[in-house]
Design a protein around this ligand. Structure first.
Ligand SMILES: Nc1ncnc2c1ncn2[C@@H]1O[C@H](COP(=O)(O)OP(=O)(O)OP(=O)(O)O)[C@@H](O)[C@H]1O
Length: 216
């Protein structure tokens, strides 16, 4: 499965509805950008989708979910923890297998941080930490990407490099993005969230930035 068809998505905090109820159907091959002002409900919607599709997806959460005390390698390896037996994961903590080392090194090379493989994640910059979370999602090798502002800490060229990589590696995705230009360039469909509801749902090639501005 890489597409999904979800109905009745809704979430409330302290009795106040922040998203939904809404339905979202994403076909295989679609890359959906979630856009909308801060607090509109994009992160909440990504969490709801992840709760439903779970193991079928690769998640890049906004808070990254890294274990600071562990090296970069182990944080990336965590993308596939559920694919291995406990003994394999335990041995990897002490002495990683060469095929995993090679795979992780290749990913880090693509993300221009190969030399950081054994560095504790705590000592990385914000942009490097974000790339570790992206590498973890790539290492997982699922076909559905769920990502919440995955390039917010990266400079322009690196943001384009990462968005291009995500486009090539994931056939289907839902990505919350503040950057409207990136959303239009790398995603096939734009879903605008306003007050917890879908206020815009259109193919990217039928939109320009001015069409999205009213959501902000
Ligand atoms: N754990 C929580 N407890 C209480 N309220 C929350 C919680 N998480 C989110 N909210 C509220 O839900 C609303 C939607 O938040 P959400 O993080 O989904 O928005 P967003 O569109 O992703 O914002 P941003 O672009 O700033 O990341 C906000 O009003 C926020 O304050």
């Amino acid at each position: 499965m890489s597409g999904f068809d979800l109905t009745g998505l809704s979430a409330s905090f302290a009795g106040e509805r922040v998203i939904g109820p809404l339905s979202l159907s994403v076909k295989q091959g679609e890359r959906v950008a979630l856009v909308g002002r801060s607090g509109a409900g994009k992160s909440t919607l990504i969490s709801l989708i992840h709760q439903q599709v779970g193991r079928e997806s690769s998640l890049v959460p906004q808070d990254l979910g890294l274990v600071n005390a562990l090296p970069v390698f182990h944080n990336i390896f965590m993308g596939k923890l559920d694919a291995h037996a406990t003994w394999y994961n335990t041995l990897t903590l002490i002495r990683p297998f060469s095929r995993d080392r090679t795979e992780v090194r290749t990913l880090l090379q693509e993300l221009s941080m190969r030399e950081k493989i054994w560095v504790p994640t705590a000592s990385l910059s914000g942009g490097q930490r974000q790339r570790v979370a992206i590498a973890r999602a790539l290492f997982r090798q699922s076909s559905l990407l769920l990502a919440d502002e995955p390039v917010s800490a990266l400079d322009g060229p690196m943001a384009h490099l990462v968005m291009d990589l995500l486009r090539k590696r994931f056939s289907t995705g839902v990505i919350a993005l503040h950057d409207v230009e990136l959303a239009l360039k790398y995603c096939t469909r734009i879903v605008g969230i306003q007050d917890g509801q879908i206020a815009l749902d259109e193919a990217s090639d039928r939109l320009n930035p001015a069409d999205i501005t009213p959501l902000y």
